[in-house]
Design a protein around this ligand. Structure first.
Ligand code: FES
Ligand code: FES
Length: 162
């Protein structure tokens, strides 16, 4: 099937098999390898992207379901050489070790901050419960998300996508 998906602001038209998962399309055809596969079974959240402004696990979406949609990946967040506030907060708070979970954590964090701009610790932990990290123990991830909330301005970043 021929599909057209706008990824990080650029339109890509490709022929795909109906069974192709969005995450494989993004990585193998579009070249967005910042979106990673941890499990392929919708358990780990490493593959999280935004589909029309809302986070999805891209291993649980078929590429054909994204036809005509806008996808934002971790690679589309930085603008004009500036990290997105959530990327900056992860950096500042040492919220990653191996970094494998980080693209999905950041995409999911942006989504949760769009829904709740000032989450308490419990709200962050619940908002990220579908994203697994094997390294950090989550403490600094929670700190980073709450720190990012202080630096997010209305109308910037994820809010603008919604
Ligand atoms: Fe999609 Fe793990 S690769 S949830
Ligand atoms: Fe290694 Fe999260 S930093 S899995």
């Amino acid at each position: 099937m021929r599909i057209t998906v706008t990824v990080d602001g650029t339109k890509y038209t490709d022929d795909v098999e109906p069974r192709t998962l969005l995450v494989h399309h993004l990585r193998e055809r579009v070249g967005k390898v910042g979106t990673v596969v941890g499990c392929d079974t919708s358990n780990c959240g490493a593959c999280t992207v935004h589909l029309d402004g809302h986070s999805v696990k891209s291993c649980s979406v078929l590429a054909v379901q994204a036809d005509g949609c806008e996808v934002t990946t971790i690679e589309g967040l930085a603008r004009d050489g500036q990290l997105h506030p959530v990327q900056q907060a992860f950096h500042d708070n040492h919220a990653l070790q191996c970094g494998f979970c980080t693209p999905g954590m950041i995409m999911q964090s942006i989504d949760l901050l769009a829904d709740n701009p000032d989450p308490d610790e419990q709200a962050v932990r619940e908002g990220l419960e579908g994203n697994l990290c094997r390294c950090t123990g989550y403490q600094n991830i929670v700190k980073a998300v709450r720190d990012a909330a202080k630096h997010m301005s209305p109308g910037a970043g994820p809010e603008a996508e919604k």
